[in-house]
Design a protein around this ligand. Structure first.
Ligand code: ADP
Length: 413
């Protein structure tokens, strides 16, 4: 209750009491009392009325807003902080406004960019045509590829700027949206899908062909049947392995794999990995050597580390020559280094950069012959990253290859 209301009520009460005390007939007294009450009530309502929203807002604005609003500064800050590149040209195709993203895009300084002709800034015909169309009054959206050390892809939208008195556009405003990352992800996705389809299609075609051969008579010949069935089994297990590895890789990449890292005795772990591949190595005449010293321990998830070692030793066997050797060693330092080296084929240098990509293979036919999926090294890479480490490779043609798993010590975490 406001002070005014309290005063009014007290005033009305006093007046009424005074009048009731004055001797007079009851009817005028009553009329007077009611009239006084009504007047006081109207007074209260008028003085107590809430101000309209617009009145409040205006008052607030009056209190807080400076007399002239710095629109220019706000506009400049907005275009400077935009993630998109902005380039405005006038009717003569000269740049009249731009922002830092545009300087980066055209590799120019602010001083160099402004007042330049668009043709001096870029020779890209798509950009030029889009601005030209906008100056003719037509909105344009185009995809622009830049050439240079870093290939960038932009979506450019150019809009005409209205001129005065219907004299046509006074200029054109173009916004460059960087879609390089989206484009890259899309192409990786497409490549991945086509790789998976291809990998699955080859064994599947083979399975169907042999089943058909069996159906059309080969079933009667027990020896052929056995041979064909073993081929069918080999292809089916290849598909099974591929799907398993894909699921594993997807889980690791999607962050759905929790590590149970602890101090792990390395020598017995290497021994286990090696013995699971002993039969394969023997069949190819490859010697497997565990050079890790007794008592060496590393900080890792034992099961995942074994997976990495098996993948690397397996490759050392597959891409080796008869009587070759695969050795596992350990070196300590700022990080633990587990080295798997072979004296096999080696890998040409220009393949090394992409070696850990999914499905990347130096010799596709050879890898398929060996039952490879092209995912083994990608799994090693992601497991190493999950440990906070990495995997690196050095290789020399005809001499051999060495993969190193670098693992941080527990205290680094
Ligand atoms: P996969 O072995 O199933 O083909 P990986 O991802 O394990 O797939 O390996 C990718 C490719 O890297 C192999 O196809 C092979 O060309 C090459 N590679 C991997 N390890 C070795 C190695 N120790 N020696 C030579 N080439 C190798």
């Amino acid at each position: 209750m406001t002070k005014r209301v309290i005063f009014a009520i007290v005033g009305w009460t006093i007046l009424t009491i005074v009048f009731l005390l004055v001797p007079s007939s009851s009817t005028p007294r009553l009329i007077f009392a009611v009239l006084t009450a009504l007047i006081v009530l109207i007074g209260i309502l008028v003085t107590n009325r809430k101000p309209k929203f617009s009145e409040t807002a205006n008052k607030e604005l009056d209190k807080t807003e400076p007399t002239s609003f710095p629109v220019d500064a706000l506009f400049a800050a907005t275009i400077d902080s935009m993630r998109e590149g902005l380039l405005v040209v006038n009717r003569d195709m000269r740049v009249v406004a731009s922002n830092p993203q545009a300087y980066r895009l055209f590799g120019a300084t602010p001083r160099a960019i402004n007042r330049q002709r668009l043709t001096e800034l870029t020779r890209n015909p798509e950009i030029y045509k889009a601005y030209l169309d906008a100056l003719r009054g037509v909105d344009r959206s185009v995809k622009v590829d830049t050439v240079g050390p870093e290939r960038l892809v932009f979506e450019l939208r150019v809009t005409p700027l209205p001129g005065q008195n219907g004299s046509g556009p006074s200029g054109a405003l173009g916004v460059f949206v960087d879609i390089t990352r989206t484009e890259r992800l899309e192409s990786v996705r497409q490549e991945f899908l086509s790789n998976v389809s291809h990998e699955l299609r080859t064994p599947l075609t083979s399975i169907l062909a042999f089943v058909e051969t069996l159906e059309t008579g080969a079933l009667e010949d027990p020896e052929s049947s056995r041979r064909f069935l073993s081929i069918i089994r080999k292809n089916a297990s290849r598909m099974h392995g591929l799907v398993d590895e894909l699921l594993e890789l997807t889980a690791i990449e999607g962050g759905n794999v929790r590590l149970r890292a602890a101090e792990v005795e390395l020598r017995p772990l290497v021994e286990e990995s090696i013995s699971s591949l002993a039969a394969k190595a023997e069949a190819r005449g490859i010697r497997l050597v565990n050079e890790v010293r007794e008592g060496t321990s590393v900080y890792a998830d034992a099961r995942r580390l074994e997976r990495m070692l098996v993948n690397l030793v397996d490759n050392g066997i597959k891409f080796n020559k008869a009587n070759g050797q695969v050795t596992v060693k350990h070196e300590s330092g700022a990080r633990d280094r587990i080295i798997v080296e072979d004296d096999g084929d080696g890998i040409p240098q220009h393949h090394l950069e992409r070696l850990f990509e999914r499905f990347y293979r130096v010799d596709r036919a050879r890898s398929s012959d060996m039952g490879g999926t092209g995912l083994g090294l990608a799994i090693v890479k992601h497991l190493a990253l999950l440990h906070g480490g990495e995997v690196t490779v050095v290789s020399e043609l005809e001499k051999g290859t060495a993969f190193t798993i670098h693992l941080p010590h527990a205290l680094d975490e």
